[in-house]
Design a protein around this ligand. Structure first.
Ligand code: BGC
Length: 330
């Protein structure tokens, strides 16, 4: 399938330009749900680098986690130009509203990281989604824990044959929260290692909410009862680590609770290499950014979007970037 946006844009531009003027630059509008989110912020740097390398100019918008603000930003951009939209929606429903606006304006929209519903995505032929196989991340976390337990049987502190763990989750409505959590639990169950959640709660991907959650948890539980802590992302794992260290745990002194995150943020990678966390899972933000840029660029140039272009399978205009386990306990 060829996308002829470039031709249409060029014709429109020529109509208003004098002969000999330069052709329009390739441009895209990028919308982030919140640049306060550590992972999304790091991804935005990759997006800028990828765009620069590909010769795509970006206009960037930060919705600061505000649904209405994001929709206004999208509508304002659509009123100004027909550049492809690259959108990290504030939530799945907002994704639907963004898609309706893009479809009305006949502008392509590439969603990433937060997934609108499948039926919404499939309702517009120029809507794409670039995300990850979130199931894989939960499965990798379970494997990291299982490997650790097999070489550290003393991690079952009370020797009752099961692992009492704490599970700290991301935003309840986010597909990554749901899939990472259920695949972690499923993989633990299938492994035959009995796991018992002592506590689960949503800290919404946030470092400071995870710190507060740990503080509250310590009103009702002792650290000596907790045999593992699993977090849906690294920002929350780092919040937990901060709190553990404030109580003399996970700092090399001997008191230790196996702790696992997801994303492979630089600080988490460092914590793993210092044996303060047992692992994380690399959420390949660089590839996510590159693929979004490649699709937007292809629309600008009117070229075909193929599996060769994105280097991954494409299913109904959806692309899943694989995760990679990061651990030193391998
Ligand atoms: C990342 C989280 C991030 C969230 C934002 C997830 O894929 O792992 O760190 O906060 O996306 O949507």
């Amino acid at each position: 399938m060829k996308y002829m946006l470039r031709t249409v844009m060029a014709a429109a531009v020529l109509g208003t330009m004098s002969l000999g003027a330069q052709a329009a630059e390739d441009r895209a509008n990028v919308f982030y749900y919140s640049l306060n989110d550590t992972f999304v912020n790091a991804l935005s740097a990759d997006m800028r680098d990828s765009a620069e390398a590909a010769g795509l100019k970006l206009s960037e918008y930060d919705a600061t986690d505000d649904l209405a603000k994001q929709l206004t930003q999208v509508q304002t951009a659509l009123a100004q130009n027909k550049n492809p939209l690259i959108v990290n929606p504030v939530d799945a429903l907002n994704g639907e509203a963004v898609l309706r606006n893009a479809r009305r304006a006949k502008v392509p929209v590439i969603f990433f990281n937060r997934k609108p519903l499948d039926k919404v995505l499939s309702s517009y032929q120029d809507a794409w989604y670039v995300g990850t196989s979130a199931d894989m991340a939960g499965e990798y976390q379970a494997q990291i824990l299982i490997d650790y337990l097999s070489s550290h049987p003393q991690a079952d502190k009370n020797g009752n044959g099961q692992i009492e763990y704490v599970l700290i989750k991301g935003e309840a409505t986010h597909q990554d929260t749901q899939q990472r959590t259920s695949s972690f639990i499923r993989t633990m169950m299938n492994s035959g290692i009995a796991g018992e959640p002592l506590y689960t709660g949503n800290a919404d991907w946030s470092y400071s909410k995870a710190v507060n959650m740990m503080r509250e948890l310590l009103f009702t539980h002792k650290l000596s009862e907790i045999e593992a802590i699993i977090c849906n992302n690294d920002a929350m794992a780092l919040g937990v680590l901060n709190e553990l260290q404030a109580h003399g745990y996970n700092n090399g002194s001997g008191n230790f609770i196996p702790l696992i995150g997801i994303d492979a943020l630089p600080m988490a990678v460092e914590a793993v290499s210092r044996n303060q966390m047992i692992g994380t899972v690399f959420n390949d933000r660089r590839s996510i950014a590159e693929i979004c840029v490649k699709i937007a660029k292809a629309y600008c140039e009117g070229t075909e979007i193929t599996e060769d272009l994105v280097n991954l399978p494409i299913n109904n205009r959806q692309i899943e970037v694989p995760y990679v386990k990061y651990t030193i306990t391998k």
